[in-house]
Ligand binder design. Structure first.
Ligand code: TXA
Ligand code: MG
Length: 353
């Protein structure tokens, strides 16, 4: 391992070179991508990759994404590359799209959880690119959070979760997109959506009719992005599918319910989107993902807002669905999964519990 420095470093050229040395020596480097911060290791070094799972407390059945500097490099770890994959790569790389393809044998099994496929993506973020070009090998990197918790979109959030367990965190400010990449499995001419994300279904629709995988609940899901409880704060979060209109009523019912069972009035936090004219006094904390109703802005703020509210000692968080269009599908997907914790109130059309 290179000479020890501080963990949190700004992403200067010199610090990026140091981070490359750390990766080469089998260490862990957290770094910004355009979507979220990743927790990286040399993807072809099985022992280094295993450290990612240990640091995140990630179950080893959950495979990682391999990041590469170019499509040519990404496809070097794939044993078959259908034309459709090449077309999507040409259009969307570098960028927030991950393709799942058959893997070559030099990809360690620990990176793919023993699956015959590998997830690959070419990130556009200049710091991610500099690391990849410096290392000259693919970097395996999941989101740099403790498994199951909200993904990090700032270096500070990475430090909160993993500061003690990584060698370097490269800080280059907040991530410009804010939700993870879209994950597609490609089979010949067909594309299956494993996780909505930064590239929207509308954009993909110009190139391929994306099919959705039935949301069955296998013991080892194909993409743990599909796990029910994921992206979740510690504070129970209720997700209101029908949007903002009924959120106040739902919140009021949570308060009534507590009162009826003789409990103290719960401290409520709300996550809104767009213009609103509700009763703010219901809530102890209110965050608006985008007052102007801009879904891109909402995506960039989502995980920081959840993390902020989660630190405020609130009893319950409530969130309303954003419009199910563009990157809104990814926002709703993350909120829906974040809500699978805690007990439901006894009334109100609130999902889930
Ligand atoms: O934007 C992103 O994708 C970020 C940045 C750091 O690149 N990474 C990320 O990684 O979100 P992670 O590990 O949090 O999510 C990767 C998703 C998981 O849902 C995983 O199950 C799925 O991709 N995945 C990886 N390899 C797969 C494979 N061979 N087959 C099916 N799903 C796979
Ligand atoms: Mg993740």
């Amino acid at each position: 391992m290179p000479e020890q420095r501080k963990v949190l470093l700004s992403a200067t050229d010199e610090n990026v070179r140091y981070a490359v040395d750390v990766l080469r020596a089998g260490g862990l480097v957290a770094f910004p991508t355009e979507t979220v911060y990743g927790l990286g290791a040399d993807a072809l070094d099985a022992a280094a990759v295993l450290k990612i799972f240990e640091a995140k407390h990630r179950p080893t059945f959950d495979p990682l994404i391999l990041h590469a500097e170019s499509a040519a490099r990404a496809f070097e770890v794939c044993s078959e590359v259908p034309d459709l994959a090449r077309t999507l790569a040409e259009r969307f790389w570098p960028g927030p799209l991950t393709l799942v393809l058959p893997k070559t044998s030099n990809v360690p099994d620990v990176a793919t959880s023993g699956l015959p496929t590998v997830a690959v993506r070419v990130p556009s973020h200049p710091v991610a690119q500099a690391l990849l070009q410096g290392l000259g090998r693919p970097i395996a990197a999941p989101s740099a959070n403790v498994f199951g918790y909200t993904s990090p979109t700032t270096a500070r959030a990475v430090m909160d979760d993993l500061g003690q367990r990584v060698d370097v965190v490269l800080d280059d400010g907040p991530c410009p997109i804010g939700v993870e990449s879209t994950v597609l499995r490609i089979e010949g001419k067909r594309a299956f959506l494993l996780r909505p994300g930064g590239v929207t279904l509308e954009e993909l629709g110009r190139y391929v009719a994306v099919e959705t995988v039935a949301s069955v609940r296998p013991a080892a899901p194909e993409s743990p992005g599909q796990l029910d409880a994921h992206y979740a704060p510690w504070t129970p979060l209720y997700f209101y599918e029908e949007g903002a209109s009924g959120l106040d009523a739902a919140a009021a019912s949570i308060v009534r319910e507590a009162r009826a069972s003789g409990r103290a009035r719960p401290r409520l936090g709300a996550i809104f989107f767009g213009r609103r004219s509700g009763s703010e006094e219901l809530y102890d904390a209110v965050e608006n993902l985008s007052a102007s109703g801009d879904l891109r802005e909402a995506a960039t703020r989502l995980f920081e807002v959840v993390r902020k509210l989660d630190k405020m000692n609130l009893d319950v968080l409530v969130a309303a669905a954003v419009p199910e269009e563009g990157i809104g599908s990814a926002i709703n997907d993350r909120l829906r999964r974040a809500s699978r914790r805690g007990a439901p109130p006894s009334e109100g059309p609130i999902v889930p519990a």
